[in-house]
Design a protein. Structure first.
Length: 363
């Protein structure tokens, strides 16, 4: 006689399902969970013991579509039903999954459900969040820059007037202080101008060859770092020219490559620093909710120490820098220029490997 399956004990013949990356759930004839593999426990953020004998539909705020598909699967026993679902949960992020639902052959009228996270949808949502966040940040910085700009002019002017009124007896000693005020006001003025620059500058559109852009940046980086740094090229020569602002794209790649070269300082001294410019064609790409048949896939890869975990999610924010003395504007400008070309910029980083990826639509 077969021992009944308890909530904490898995059936031996289902043990292999725990090795699957996708979530597998078995429902009984009443729609209650009789089995969930390890991936399902992770996806639903609950243990088999807690899930067992619950109705799957009770876990979601909007279970109607899921319940309807399960009912159809029972009616059409010999076919799989596939559907993309967005299952909302109280107090948690919604589950965006691709579901495959089929009725099991047997008297119990059980339903087998396979759920796979919809990676593409998650990616789109993440890109949308990043875009919204960057727009909010840029608007805030622009407003802040304008507020700072006017008092700076007054401070600098007052310091110059004060310098003219200094007594001749202590002129050299006191002039040192007024010069500090003037120089710091100039430094802040330069910073403010850089914050406002990408929004003032006209977008000059022409035909762009991405490999000419990479070669220009390569020559500039090697001129500054002539020894200890190797820049490798891995180009796809089939990439067509596209319409864009060549100077903006040069500045974008230069900002990323220059940051990488500075992060590689220890490896440059050791003589094994490496920077890679890699281009590929990506097909059927979705950028900011728009589908493109072809896109440029540009990677700028270095073998440096990687980006510090505490700033990894904020590297494109204004004034965030991982380097002592850095302005924190280089990557912000890069992101702005890429977005003006209807593209996206992403970063993957770990010790010994950092990859900045720029994706731009192609004609």
């Amino acid at each position: 006689m077969t021992e009944p399956l308890t909530p904490t004990r898995r059936a031996p013949h289902l043990a292999g399902l725990d090795l699957l990356a996708s979530a597998v759930i078995v429902l009984d004839m009443d729609g209650r969970i009789s089995y969930a593999n390890a991936a399902a426990e992770n996806l639903l953020e609950s243990s088999l013991k807690a899930l067992s004998r619950q109705k799957l539909t009770a876990l979601f705020v909007n279970p109607e579509e899921l319940a309807g598909i399960c009912a159809q699967a029972r009616e059409h026993k010999f076919s799989d039903l596939r559907q993309d679902l967005s299952l909302e949960r109280l107090g948690r992020d919604p589950l965006r999954v691709h579901s495959i639902i089929s009725a099991l052959d047997g008297p119990e009228d059980s339903i087998l459900i396979e759920l796979r996270e919809n990676v593409q949808q998650l990616k789109l949502d993440r890109e949308e969040r990043i875009l919204d966040q960057s727009q909010v940040n840029k608007e805030l910085i622009r407003n802040l820059a304008h507020e700072i700009k006017n008092p700076l002019g007054g401070i600098r002017g007052a310091a110059q007037l004060l310098e003219l009124e200094l007594p001749a007896l202590h002129l050299s000693e006191l002039r040192e202080y007024t010069q500090v005020i003037i120089k710091e006001a100039d430094r802040l003025q330069t910073l403010v101008d850089r914050l406002l620059a990408p929004h003032r500058r006209p977008h000059i559109v022409g035909d762009v060859n991405i490999h000419e852009v990479c070669e220009r940046v390569r020559s500039l980086i090697l001129a500054e770092f002539p020894s200890g740094l190797t820049i490798l090229r891995d180009y796809d020569a089939s990439i067509p020219e596209f319409r864009g602002d060549k100077e903006q794209l040069i500045q974008t790649v230069l900002n990323i490559a220059h940051n990488a070269a500075q992060a590689l300082s220890e490896r440059i001294e050791a003589g094994d620093a490496e920077l890679i410019f890699k281009t590929r064609v990506a097909r059927q790409v979705t950028l900011a909710k728009v589908r493109y048949g072809l896109a440029l896939d540009l990677h700028i890869i270095d073998n440096g120490p990687g980006i510090a975990p505490q700033i990894r999610d904020r590297i494109f924010y204004p004034l965030v820098s991982g380097r002592e003395g850095g302005s924190g504007l280089g990557l912000t400008l890069a992101q702005t220029f890429v977005q003006q070309h209807l593209g996206v910029i992403e970063c993957e980083s770990r010790p010994g490997y950092t990859d900045f990826r720029i994706v731009l639509p192609l004609p």
